[in-house]
Design a protein around this ligand. Structure first.
Ligand code: SF4
Length: 313
């Protein structure tokens, strides 16, 4: 059985950076005081195993600022999705030490929204209304900002004909979603300014997963069941390869999935650390697959990686 790993796959630049900042924050805080509270506001990444690993080094999860004792002995880590500026102000008012791990791509979307609002544009944010990243962008996009999931959510263009409209995107949106909204507004508003804040990390993972899924018999997608981008990778893979399975850990693998398979593809969501991906590769490599025809050699088992991570960072 040949194993192919999509590239890129697994943690993106922003998640990698947030993990590094969290580890450093814990190390620094515990150097001063081994019992110093350190926590991310919400789970640092959408991956239960990685969150458990962080707990082992003393990085807990705070659901509200009040979950941490006030004072600078407590460290609050802002995750890569970012937050509204008011949250950071409130944390500082409570005297907390704040480590801001907002991904620079997300920060760029927040800044773009604020600049558009300052210049008099009515800002439309294309994204998932309840997603923390979108809430953080919304908080800087001015009073009149709207969150839309696509062109269908736009108000009647006649009501916008005298409006200067600015568009920014949740970083995980697709170029197609942007094109659809731009097309719906083109020549129907006073001015249309688009700041493309899509992060290519997501698109590249999706393209690599689809390209691989088209070529293999079975596709395995590794990532948190609570991770939206992993779920999307699964959907894309399944459309190209019906024998696609999403798992969080190698323990969920079922040998029956690989019956008769000659080529297996593996990809992982942007919040799946490399060690989790590698353990799935190792586990699949160890599976004994009977040859499709008795007497034939089942083939090689080498894991293949193609290309390097090329995320913009
Ligand atoms: S997907 Fe892109 S924007 Fe989101 S955390 Fe990763 S690098 Fe940053």
């Amino acid at each position: 059985m040949n194993i192919h790993v999509a590239r890129p796959a697994g943690t993106c630049y922003g998640v990698e950076r947030a993990l590094k900042l969290a580890r450093e924050a814990a190390r620094e805080a515990h150097k001063r005081d081994s019992k110093a509270p350190v926590a991310s506001l919400g789970e640092l990444i959408h991956n239960p195993q990685a969150v458990d690993t962080l707990r082992l080094i003393g990085v807990d999860v705070a659901h509200t600022l009040e979950d941490l004792p006030s004072g600078e002995n407590s460290t609050l880590i802002i995750r890569s999705h970012g937050v509204a500026p008011q949250v950071i102000r409130d944390a500082r008012e409570r005297g907390l030490s704040v480590v801001d791990a907002t991904c620079p791509h997300v920060a760029r979307a927040q800044e773009a929204a604020e600049k558009l609002a300052d210049e008099g544009f009515t800002v439309f944010i294309i994204g998932e209304p309840e997603h923390p990243e979108v809430r953080g962008i919304r908080a800087r996009a001015g009073q009149d900002a709207h969150i839309i999931t696509g062109a269908a959510d736009l108000p009647d263009p006649d009501t916008l004909k005298d409006t200067h409209v600015g568009i920014v995107m949740q970083t995980t949106q697709t170029p197609e979603a942007l094109a659809e909204v731009v097309e719906a507004l083109r020549n129907r508003v006073k001015e249309l300014r688009v700041v493309n804040t899509i992060c290519s990390a997501t698109t590249k993972r999706q393209q690599a997963a689809e390209a691989l899924a088209l070529k293999v018999d079975v596709m395995i997608i590794v990532g948190g069941h609570n991770s939206g981008n992993t779920r999307r990778l699964y959907e894309i893979s399944r459309a190209a390869c019906p024998r696609s399975y999403q798992i969080e850990t190698a323990a969920e693998l079922d040998e029956a999935w690989f019956a008769g398979a000659e080529n297996v593809g593996i990809t992982a969501g942007a919040s799946t650390p490399e060690d989790q991906l590698q353990s799935v590769v190792n586990r699949i490599s160890a599976i004994e697959i009977p040859p499709r025809h008795p007497g034939l050699d089942p083939g090689s088992r080498e894991a293949e990686t193609t290309g390097d991570e090329q995320d913009d960072a």
